[in-house]
Design a protein around this ligand. Structure first.
Ligand code: NAD
Ligand code: UDP
Length: 318
C-alpha cells in the first residue's frame, strides 16, 4: 500500500509516516514546512519506501505513481500558529482538502481527514460525542481553524455522497508527545519547556478550563485503524482523562522537579472551557482505546525535551 501523507513533516504526520513505514507501507510525504520541520523526518529520508515532496497542497502538486490512501493532516494546529496564518489555515482546510479529495477520487483511494475537537467549539454539552454539532463563533479569531475544519468535514462528506470517495473523518483531541515544537505555544510543550528552563509556567485565565490529553503513540494507532477501515465517521480520537490546565501545570512541575513559578495571563478570546471526548464509537468501530496514562506520556515527553537542551534554549529566547 502506498500512502500520501500531507503534513507528514509535522508533529503527528511524522509519527504517522514512521508507523506506516514500520508496518511495510510506502509513504509519499507532502509538506511545505510552514509549521513542520525537516528534522522531524530526517531519519526517514534514506528509507527506500519513503519519498518526500516539498509542496503546498493548496496549489497543484505533481503526484506520480499510484496512491492507495491519502491521509490529510496538513494544517497549522497550534492556536498561535493558525492565528498567525489565518488565510493559509482557511486555504489548506478548504482548497487543500478539495485537492486531496480529488487525488483520492482519481486513484480510488481511501481518504482520511484529520479533523479536530475544535469543531465542537466551546461546547454546550459535556462530554462531547460525535452527535453534538458544536458551538463555534463563526467570526471569532479561532474561526479560521474551526470553520476550516468544519468545511473540510462537509466537503469530505459531499465527496463521499456525490462521488463515492471512501472518506474517513477523525476528530482529534489535544495530542502531545515527542517532536512538538518547544515554542509552538501549545500548553503541554509550553509548560514542559518552561519548567525545564526554570521560566514561569504561563497559565491563561484561571486555569480551571479543562482539556483531555492523548499521547501521540495512542493517537497514531487510532489513525491507522481508521485508515484501514471503511468507516466514514466522524470518530472522536482522544484520551477521556480530563484535567484542568492548573492541574496540568502542577503535574508538569512535579514530573520535572522544577521550582518554576506559575504566572497568570489573560485567557485568549473564545478559548473553550471544557473538552472531553466520548470514545464509544472508536472503541466499537475501530477496537481503539488509549493505553498511555497522562503521567507516563508526559514523562516520555519530558525525557524527549530534556535530551534537546539546545532547542529549549531557543524556546526560552523566543
Ligand atoms: P503540525 O503543525 O506539527 O503539523 C502540520 C503540518 O502541516 C506541518 O508540517 C506543516 O508544515 C504542514 N502544512 C501546513 N499547511 C500546509 C500546506 N498548505 N501544504 C503542505 N503542508 C502544510 O501540527 P500537528 O499537531 O501535527 O497536526 C496535524 C493535523 O492534526 C492537523 O491537521 C491538525 O489540525 C490535526 N489535529 C492535531 C491536534 C493535536 O493536538 N496535535 C488536535 C486536533 C487536530
Ligand atoms: N494554555 C495555557 N498556557 C499556555 C498555552 C495554553 O494556559 O502557555 C491554555 C489555553 O488557553 C487552553 C489550553 O491551555 O485553555 C489548551 O491550549 P492549547 O493551545 O494546547 O490547545 P487548544 O486550545 O487548541 O485546545
Amino acid at each position: 500500500m502506498r500512502v500520501a501523507v500531507t503534513g507528514g513533516g509535522g508533529f503527528l504526520g511524522s509519527h504517522l509516516c514512521e508507523a506506516l513505514l514500520r508496518r511495510g507501507n510506502a509513504v509519499m510525504c507532502l509538506d511545505d514546512f510552514s509549521t513542520g520541520q525537516p528534522q522531524n523526518i530526517a531519519h526517514l529520508r534514506d528509507h527506500p519506501a519513503f519519498e518526500f515532496i516539498r509542496a503546498d497542497v493548496t496549489e497543484p502538486v505533481d503526484v506520480r505513481g499510484r496512491v492507495d490512501a491519502v491521509a490529510h493532516l496538513a494544517s497549522p494546529a497550534s492556536p498561535p500558529d493558525y492565528l498567525r496564518r489565518p488565510l493559509q489555515t482557511l486555504a489548506v482546510g478548504s482548497r487543500g482538502t478539495e485537492r486531496m479529495l480529488r487525488l483520492a477520487e482519481r486513484h480510488g483511494a481511501r481518504f482520511l481527514l484529520a479533523s479536530t475537537s475544535e469543531v465542537y467549539g466551546d461546547p454546550l454539552t459535556h462530554p462531547q460525542s460525535e452527535e453534538y454539532w458544536g458551538n463555534v463563533n463563526p467570526v471569532g479569531p479561532r474561526s479560521v481553524y474551526d470553520e476550516a475544519k468544519r468545511y473540510a468535514e462537509a466537503v469530505s462528506f459531499a465527496y463521499r455522497r456525490s462521488l463515492g470517495v471512501n472518506v474517513g473523518v477523525v476528530r482529534i483531541f489535544n495530542t502531545y508527545g515527542p517532536r512538538m515544537r518547544p515554542h509552538d505555544g501549545r500548553v503541554v510543550s509550553s509548560f514542559i519547556t518552561q519548567a525545564l528552563s526554570g521560566e514561569p509556567l504561563t497559565i491563561y485565565g484561571d486555569g480551571k478550563q479543562t482539556r483531555s490529553f492523548c499521547y501521540v503513540d495512542d493517537l497514531v494507532r487510532g489513525l491507522l485503524a481508521m485508515l484501514d477501515s471503511d468507516e466514514t465517521g466522524p470518530v472522536n480520537l482522544g484520551n477521556p482523562q480530563e484535567r484542568t490546565v492548573g492541574e496540568l501545570a502542577e503535574l508538569v512541575l512535579r514530573l520535572t522537579g522544577s521550582t518554576s513559578e506559575v504566572q497568570y495571563h489573560p485567557l485568549p478570546t473564545d478559548d473553550p472551557t471544557r473538552r472531553r471526548p466520548v470514545i464509544t464509537r472508536a472503541r466499537e468501530l475501530l477496537g481503539w482505546d488509549p493505553e498511555v496514562d497522562v503521567e507516563e506520556g508526559l514523562l516520555r515527553t519530558v525525557d524527549w525535551f530534556s535530551s534537546r537542551p539546545q532547542d529549549l534554549a531557543t524556546a526560552a529566547a523566543a
